[in-house]
Ligand binder design. Structure first.
Ligand code: NAG
Ligand code: NAG
Length: 338
């Protein structure tokens, strides 16, 4: 835990002088679209509400659509409320993520929240993933069901990224924590450490999104529309993502972030995370022995073998919740899995 101790050393050095001036960086109030974001692609398929606080992203047979943050960020807290398209959405991917892939080809960083559509009556899945410094051959995907119908109302999805850990949230419940852990373990150094931009997109993921590509986008049901609102963007922005290390100003903001509510894991939050994961985690790369085995086997630092027996050899959970595929089954906490 050298990183954590050196960062707490920083607290001592800079706390008196600088923390106050960056306290605002940990605010979590939503901002209007134009304050933080610009359209990225899709032309008229991106539609802003008159008050600028809600954005609709559409996918039709011609194009998807997306937006990107105006700044790149050295760490931060990024949140959006998202309402997903209903009915038949197999192959549709709605993504909210951080990346610097345009700036650092071959050694890019990425943190993903990806919502994967499904056939009529079958549940959307959420997928999280992290790449650090180009570790794309060692994907650490996890997939989950959601404890609500994500097409009926907006729900918040968030990423807290500090120098010490990444925490993914759904409706304020932490669902995954990736602690930065420098060690000799393979893959331990794969942690995002360069500035990243924030993206939101809707696109055609027919090749892989639903049952490994078995069910494709059917444009008879287009346009597919995802609604984004409550956009929270907190972090030290830099105009251009470059490779300079986090300087003093950035370090002060990072310390502020690390001590803020979104980055501190209390026992209650850990308990909530455990409950969510025991119920809704459907796949984890940690237990995918088909993908990571023998000489190429990667034990990620966050992996814990104690629950390995609950997972099949290809990483899928054995604790499947079986229920009829009606929408109302969401309310009962059971959703159809396949
Ligand atoms: C990131 O990857 C590049 C290219 O592979 C390498 O030269 C560099 O040392 C890596 N940086 C870190 C911090 O591991
Ligand atoms: C993993 O490797 C071990 C040893 O080579 C082998 O016995 C086992 O069957 C492999 N497991 C899978 C799921 O491929």
């Amino acid at each position: 835990m050298t990183i954590i101790s050196s960062w707490s050393g920083l607290v001592v050095i800079i706390s008196c002088a600088l923390i106050m001036s960056y306290a605002a960086a940990a605010g979590t109030s939503p901002v209007p679209f134009d304050v933080a974001y610009s359209p990225l692609f899709g032309g008229d398929n991106l539609v802003r509400s008159p008050d600028g606080r809600t954005v609709h992203l559409k996918l039709d047979r011609y194009t998807g659509s997306g937006f990107v943050s105006k700044s790149a960020y050295h760490h931060g807290f990024f949140s959006a409320s998202i309402k997903l398209p209903d009915d038949y959405t197999a192959g549709v991917v709605v993504a909210f993520y951080l990346s610097n892939g345009d700036v650092f080809p071959g050694k890019h960083d990425e943190l993903d929240l990806e919502l994967l559509g499904n056939r009529r009556g079958h549940a959307w899945h959420l997928q999280t993933n992290m790449y650090g410094n180009g570790s794309t051959a060692r994907g650490r995907e996890e997939r989950y069901l959601l404890p609500f119908d994500p097409t009926a109302a907006p729900h918040s999805y968030a990423i807290a990224w500090t120098p010490a850990a990444v925490i993914f949230y759904v409706d304020g419940t932490p669902i995954r924590e990736l602690v930065r852990c420098p060690s000799a373990m393979p893959g331990a150094g794969d942690y995002p450490a360069k500035p990243m931009s924030v993206y939101a997109t809707i696109w055609d993921g027919s090749a892989w999104a639903t049952d490994g590509g078995r069910y494709k986008v059917d444009y008879a049901y287009a346009p597919f529309t995802a609604e984004f609102s409550d956009l929270v963007v907190t972090g030290t922005g830099t105009a251009a993502a470059d490779d300079r290390p986090c300087g003093l100003e950035c370090a002060a903001a990072a310390v502020d972030l690390m001590t803020s509510e979104v980055a501190v894991m209390t026992p209650a939050k850990r308990g909530a995370m455990r409950r969510f994961r025991s119920r809704y985690l459907t796949y984890t790369a940690c237990h995918d022995r088909v993908r990571y085995n023998g000489s190429s086997r990667v034990v990620f630092p966050e992996c814990d073998d104690s629950d390995r027996d609950d997972f099949h050899a290809w990483g899928e959970s054995k604790r499947l919740i079986k229920a009829s595929p009606q929408r109302s089954t969401y309310a009962a906490g059971g959703v159809h899995i396949d």
